[in-house]
Design a protein around this ligand. Structure first.
Ligand SMILES: [Zn+2]
Length: 108
């Protein structure tokens, strides 16, 4: 979720670092109706700071689905599982984008 005041410079850094792509689904800003948002990977309510190391560019859909969550239930096992963290994890180790632009998770 986005609620903190984030400076224009910090927003620009986050957007440029992500090359305009949502860091969760890779949708480029140019292909989205809505302006991508700057997400607190660890939400402020969990004491996540408003620093470059805790911010990620996110499309509206990903940001709304993620919200302030840090974990979810793995649909395969029902186990509580941490959500993908674009600051500490490598996207391609956790997701696969096939030739039909279908995005699949390949890890819990
Ligand atoms: Zn997205």
């Amino acid at each position: 979720m986005t609620s903190a005041r984030i400076s224009a410079d910090l927003r620009q850094l986050v957007s440029q670092r992500a090359q305009g792509r949502c860091e969760y689904c890779l949708l480029h800003q140019n292909f989205s109706i809505y302006t991508h948002e700057v997400d607190h990977v660890i939400a402020q309510k969990h004491d996540g700071p408003t620093t470059a190391e805790n911010l990620a560019l996110s499309c509206l859909s990903c940001n709304r689905h993620k919200g302030t969550d840090l974990t979810t239930f793995d649909p395969a096992t029902g186990e509580i599982t941490p959500l993908f963290n674009p600051r500490t994890q490598i996207w391609s180790n956790h997701f696969l984008l096939d030739n039909n632009a279908r995005l699949d998770g390949i890890t819990p």
